[in-house]
Design a protein around this ligand. Structure first.
Ligand code: TRP
Ligand code: ZN
Length: 875
């Protein structure tokens, strides 16, 4: 027990509105058609909305039409063309009673885009106007039943000053345009596909387009355009290539063809998320569009390819088949993440992509699943839906559907998705609809499997292996930990790809799929005269934590011999995890410490020398498990110790393998720049060599890093070198940082890297650097990219964030309080790092909790931050 038990409870929530999945009711009114007319201006845009409403035959009955609004006032209301006064406001909603079965409701509102700092609804970004409506932003533009099961055909007219807004875009097809009086012009758009309000989009501004064409497999010619600010059009090639590849891939792999004559993308610099799949008019954060070798890393290229694909794939998984309600969010997001992962795997190295995806899951989702914010991939309750755009809904959601592919096999899974799209095209569907379609189409029984949608928490699988005579007995025991609101759990369906290796031949007799369905299950394997080495959860076939009895020897064997690349990576990770967890928990003697290090060093030396490995994969195998993932496995963890032990091991490996790292750096530095796998692999290893050399021989690392920086002809090398220099307390550091800033002045996406490298650095005074950077002329709290670049990088830097005096916690809490009135959505994203206090040793836990309580007592919190803080204190 710690000294926290006497602290008072968080102040009771005043009128906290809770939405529950079980309370879903169909809408009383549908809106088959809507016409919107925008008179555009940066600070007073007039919106006239004309809703054709029709009583829903499947609705609960009743005549009340509730139109959601947020901060809107109705200038005028008319019903069937007649001024109408019989309406009232219920909170932010406009409510009216309508006698008949069908009416036309016309409402006028005026919004101020330039005052919209939340970046939800209609807002201004660098002189242009754009929208973000998911999840509930449309109600900040017009009164409307703002829920995804109300689908409408949209007609949009907009007019405005031609000089300020030369380009006028909305969903669907342009149907008319013309000149108005006094330098104005107008355009009219029509989207033939009925859609929910969250997919509405409008963009007006001074933009230039990069264009291309894609011809679908049935011969439809689709005009493609990527709209950016003048000057940025030279950096859209990679995004365009990614888009074309996505369109082709979805036809080939899922049989999904595009369904409009044009597909537009707009890149905006102020954006809350990564990108948005609005029908026919995707809106992107500039960081997921703009790239060239000088300014974008290989990682940036991959992220662009993945996000462009993700948003494009939503055209079917999200738009043609949408969500009935927001509890079903994983229906579109989990499935679409899986689809973008499969696409990227096909485009590059599938094993490396799998490893990266699992690393993200472990770094972002496992902590969520074991903390106060844990929720099932299909949540049961929320206060603010924006808080549920999580790694659980997205990434674990993808893993759950991936398990269906493992159980069904590729071909049968495809039959399932074909049936899903056919059955639910044009509908607002549920996760249950998806599961049933896969069951029917693929011929699977997913009865018990549905628990993956219901139960939160990462299942643990305890493995034990016994050998008697020539038979191996494998005993698997699963437990699903208690999570907030879910104290008792039922056994899950856990598909585990498994192989048993012969130690002498280094081979296995074929992989098997073991499907664990009981709390405890025993599997036997005859024909083993000697105890084999177990390789389990190969390819990470299930998103679980395996507690294996593997010895150091077994892990070294698998790290060298496993023919499943993921399993090989996993063995290497496990080898390091076992060692570092024991070190942090104080269980190492000086002998076992050096034995552990020798084993890791030997395995790593073998990986560096293995000529059969490609460099991209080698780069994965030499990455040490992250501090967050390590901390996850330790109760009452001291993050400072995790950091120190991990750094100590890195330093030891740097020293012990110094000639190898130097030779590697030399070899890779000689590979010329290209986007080939070989060249990318070389770039990845080049910087990794520096990472190991830095703690071992800072002067030598700084010399090499400076040479890499000065000679760089691409951002991957330059950023890698600068990252290493930023962590060193040496004169080369300041010079390189100053050069980088001067070289890329004005390119805010690159300046974001400059902020992040300093905030995420290993430098002992990183926290002071962050405080100073917050006052830098390039920093602005109103831009989410800037805020994330500085403060997310800091919150993800355990050595700085977890400083023992709590200064890091205070810095993040101060940020949340300052940002919340400006942008509650982004502010709430900073609560989870503080919410992990229960996992941390008592002194830091008290400091973290105190910051949460300080936030909780602030007078006017957004619903976003309020919910996250309350759950973090209670859960
Ligand atoms: N639907 C978007 C995606 O995953 C996510 C998104 C875009 C979003 N904008 C948002 C989520 C704003 C929350 C808030 O592709
Ligand atoms: Zn998505």
């Amino acid at each position: 027990m710690n000294d926290l038990s006497n602290t008072p409870p968080a102040p009771a929530e005043v009128g906290a509105q809770v939405v529950r999945r079980k309370d879903y009711r169909p809408p009383e009114w549908l809106v088959p058609e809507i016409a919107l007319d925008f008179a555009l201006s940066l600070n007073a845009t007039k919106v006239v909305s004309e809703l054709k409403v029709a009583r829903n035959p499947a609705g609960p009955g009743g005549s009340t039409l509730r139109l959601n609004g947020e901060g809107l006032t109705a200038g005028s209301v008319a019903v069937d063309g007649q001024p109408h006064n019989d309406w009232h406001m219920d909170g932010d909603d406009l409510v009216l009673d309508l006698p008949g079965d069908a009416h036309t409701v016309t409402i006028e509102t005026t919004v101020d885009p330039s005052a919209n700092t939340q970046l939800s609804g209609l807002y201004a970004s660098g002189g242009m106007l754009c929208t973000q409506c998911e999840a509930e932003g449309f109600r900040r533009i017009a009164f409307f039943p703002d829920r995804p099961d109300v689908l409408s055909v949209y007609r949009v007219r907009m007019s405005g000053e031609k000089a300020a807004f030369p380009v006028l875009l909305s969903n669907g097809n342009p149907i008319a345009s013309g000149e108005g009086a006094d330098g104005t012009h107008w355009a009219e758009w029509h989207d033939p596909w009925p859609k929910p309000s969250y997919l509405f989009a409008l963009v007006a501004g001074d933009l230039v387009a990069s264009r291309d064409v894609f011809t679908t497999r049935s011969g439809r010619k689709v005009d493609l355009a990527i709209y950016v600010r003048a000057g940025d059009e030279t950096r859209t090639d990679h995004a365009m290539r990614s888009l074309i590849a996505s369109m082709k891939w979805d036809e080939d792999v899922y049989g999904r063809e595009y369904d409009l004559d044009l597909f537009n993308i707009v890149a905006v610099a102020d954006f809350n998320a990564g990108a948005m799949e609005n029908k026919g008019l995707n809106i992107f954060n500039t960081r997921y569009i703009l790239a060239d070798p000088e300014t974008a890393t290989d990682g940036d290229y991959d992220a662009i390819e993945g996000v462009v694909a993700h948003e494009y794939f939503h055209n079917w998984s999200g738009n043609r088949v949408t969500c009935r309600d927001w509890f079903q969010l994983s229906l579109k997001e989990g499935f679409t993440v899986l689809r973008d992962q499969q696409f990227s795997a096909d485009r590059g190295s599938a094993p490396v992509k799998r490893i990266e995806d699992v690393r993200v899951l472990r770094a972002a989702q496992f902590p969520e699943d074991s903390g106060p914010l844990a929720h099932p991939i299909r949540p049961d309750v929320y206060q603010e839906i924006s808080n549920f755009y999580t790694a659980t809904v997205y990434n674990k959601g993808a893993e759950v559907i991936r398990m269906m592919t493992v159980l069904a096999g590729t071909e049968r899974f495809r039959k399932g998705t074909d049936l899903y799209f056919e059955r639910h095209d044009g509908e607002a569907a549920t996760c249950e609809d998806f599961v049933r379609a896969i069951e029917d189409g693929a011929g699977l029984d997913l009865g018990q499997f549905r628990r993956w949608y219901e139960q939160a928490g990462t299942p643990k699988v305890d493995v034990s292996l016994a050998h008697a005579g020539d038979t191996i007995t494998l005993t698997l025991r699963q437990t699903v930990p208690a999570t907030p609101g879910q104290p008792d759990k039922q056994p899950m369906v856990i598909p585990l790809r498994t192989a048993l290796f012969d130690r002498t031949t280094g081979r296995h007799g074929g992989e098997q799929l073991l499907v664990l369905t009981e709390a405890e299950q025993v599997f036997t394997f005859p024909g083993h005269t000697a105890p084999p080495v177990l390789s389990i959860n190969r390819g990470f076939s299930a998103p679980v934590a395996i507690q294996s009895p593997a010895t150091t020897e077994d892990l070294v064997f698998l790290a060298a011999h496993d023919d499943d690349p993921f399993a090989r990576y996993e063995a290497m990770q496990q080898l390091v995890v076992q060692h570092l967890v024991a070190a942090v928990e104080g269980r190492l003697t000086s002998e076992s410490r050096s034995a552990g290090r020798e084993a890791i060093g030997g395995a790593m030396a073998a990986i560096l020398a293995d000529t059969a490995l490609d460099d991209l994969m080698r780069g994965e195998l030499v990455i040490l498990p992250g501090e967050g993932y390590l901390a996850e496995q330790i109760a009452n963890v001291d993050p400072g110790k995790v950091h120190d032990e991990r750094e100590a091991l890195k330093s030891w490996l740097g020293t012990t393998l110094k000639p190898q790292w130097q030779a590697l750096h030399d070899r890779c530095a000689a590979v010329p720049y290209s986007l080939s796998a070989e060249a990318r692999g070389a770039r990845k290893l080049k910087t990794q060599a520096l990472v190991y050399l830095a703690p071992a021989d800072p002067a030598e690392a700084a010399r090499r890093a400076k040479a890499q920086y000065d000679g760089a002809d691409n951002m991957t090398d330059r950023q890698g070198a600068l990252m290493v220099l930023a962590g060193l307390d040496l004169p080369e550091r300041e010079a390189a940082l100053a050069d980088f800033h001067a070289r890329f002045a004005g390119n805010m996406l690159v300046i974001d890297k400059w902020f992040s490298l300093q905030a995420g650095s290993l430098h002992p005074r990183a926290i002071e650097h962050v405080k100073a950077l917050a006052g830098h002329a390039d920093f602005t709290i109103t831009n989410p990219n800037r805020v994330r670049a500085l403060y997310m990088a800091f919150a993800a830097n355990p050595g700085a964030f977890h400083k023992a005096d709590g200064e890091g916690y205070r810095l993040i809490a101060d940020l949340i309080l300052r940002l919340d009135p400006i942008n509650g959505n982004v502010a709430a994203r900073f609560v989870p790092p503080l919410g992990r206090w229960r996992k941390v040793e008592p002194k830091r836990a008290a400091l973290m909790r105190a910051e949460l309580e300080r936030i909780a007592t602030a007078p006017a919190l957004s619903r976003d931050v309020r919910e996250q803080v309350t759950r973090s204190l209670e859960g």
